[in-house]
Design a protein around this ligand. Structure first.
Ligand SMILES: [Zn+2]
Length: 408
């Protein structure tokens, strides 16, 4: 048996007034997903459990078949896994943004989309300047997205760090940041690290050159998304199958690594609407020749919605349908022992330009699945079938069992 999860990141949305109250999924021409819903089962499920943030981390964990209530421990340890950084039980990983703070305001959570090369120089400077004062190690990443690993001490244990309330900096663009600084028992330590970073960064030649060139300087670090290494059984242990993941996004690749899946890099995968769709599905179908499962993640609908661009989101959904889902369904025609699940991981709404929770539409077709009367794939069509599942990871786990799946 073969299994595919095709994930359209943030594809679900609220009704758009500019499109007669239809959602992007309703406006977009999606014959392949409509046929999937028609030939299989469609309905609503909840990748984001009550009480957890509607992030790609939580949503994708669910769509990989893990219960996020048991495995979700912050974004940073997942990204660390993707970078090959392993954490001991005494260590916590924080996401470390390079940001631009100015006059008490979060001016830019990307420090002007600082280059990776500049970021790496600054991470080295922070290691040099801070390692005698704090039990930390900075690891350079891409652009403004870096990681810092903190080794716990008796005064500041890993659990103390995990318990800190840290605000994602992209949530507070243009706002005074003071009230969003870390809160909790060991907040003082993070605040000291921030002010120490500000001293080191203030006169750094990289920033002098950026200011000279009219770019935003990286004036501070901003720590968030912290957690310990999640205790995740591998796919082999949990489901007894092999698989691969294809995504442009570090977070999704990191979950794949933690799950013991092969992470396949497609050179043209950009995370944007110009991504190499054909390259992704070709790599996915090739992966299935020697493996049981493939997870193909498309970031573009989410990015378009973060920009508030309904037109681009609709286009991204149509491209996903025609260039990923349609070829996957053609494969299914010639390989009947195959199951395909299509879903988003959360809402990303054009109206708010950010994520939202709520039940999401899914469609699952293939071997041993009896159609339940769906006619098309969208939020309202999924609601109309009357099928509503309490979570999402249970369905994914069921999909990997080769017996027929009953939804009555
Ligand atoms: Zn997402």
């Amino acid at each position: 048996m073969k299994y595919m999860v095709l994930l359209g990141d943030g594809m679900a949305d609220w009704p758009l007034p500019a499109y007669d109250g239809r959602t992007p999924l309703q406006v977009a021409q999606t014959p392949a997903m409509d046929r999937l819903a028609n030939e299989g089962v469609s309905g609503l499920f909840s990748p984001i459990p009550e009480g957890l943030p509607p992030g790609s981390d939580v949503g994708n964990l669910s769509l990989f078949g893990y219960d996020p209530r048991q495995t979700f421990g912050g974004r940073a340890p997942i990204e660390a896994a993707n970078q090959g950084i392993s954490l001991t039980d005494h260590q916590v990983a924080f996401r470390c943004n390079l940001v631009t703070l100015q006059d008490g305001v979060m001016r830019d959570f990307t420090a002007g989309h600082i280059t990776s090369a500049e970021g790496a120089v600054l991470m080295a400077a922070l290691n040099e300047g801070m390692r005698d004062r704090f039990p930390t190690m900075f690891h350079p990443g891409v652009s403004y997205r870096h990681l810092v690993v903190f080794t716990g001490t008796p005064e500041c244990t890993p659990d103390d760090c995990v318990a800190l309330m840290c605000e994602p900096p992209h949530n507070i663009t243009g706002q005074p940041y003071k009230s969003f600084l870390p809160k909790g028992k060991v907040a003082e330590l993070v605040l000291e690290m921030m002010s120490c970073s500000q001293e080191i960064l203030r006169n750094h030649p990289v920033n002098a050159a950026r200011i000279q060139a009219g770019h935003a300087p990286a004036s501070s670090i901003w720590l968030w998304g912290q957690g310990k290494s999640p205790a995740m059984a591998t796919y082999q242990e949990k489901f007894g199958i092999t698989g691969a993941v294809i995504s442009a996004v570090d977070l999704v690749k990191g979950i794949g690594k933690l799950a013991g899946l092969d992470v396949i890099d497609v050179p043209g995968a950009t995370g944007w609407i110009d991504t190499d769709y054909e390259g992704k599905i070709a790599a996915g179908l090739e992966a299935l020749e020697t493996r049981d499962f493939v997870y193909i993640h498309l970031e573009a609908p989410d990015e378009a919605a973060h920009q508030g661009r309904a037109d681009l989101k609709i286009r991204a959904i149509e491209d996903f349908d025609r260039r990923i889902v349609a070829p996957a369904m053609a494969y299914q025609k010639t390989h009947p022992e195959c199951r395909i699940l299509v879903a988003p991981d959360h809402y990303t709404t054009i109206e708010t330009k950010t994520h939202a929770g709520g039940p999401l539409p899914f469609a699952l077709s293939g071997y041993g699945i009896t159609p339940n009367g769906g006619s098309a794939y969208s939020e309202t069509d999924a609601t109309r079938t009357g099928l509503s599942l309490p979570d999402a990871h249970t369905l994914v786990a069921q999909m990997f069992q080769d017996s027929a799946i009953s939804f009555s």
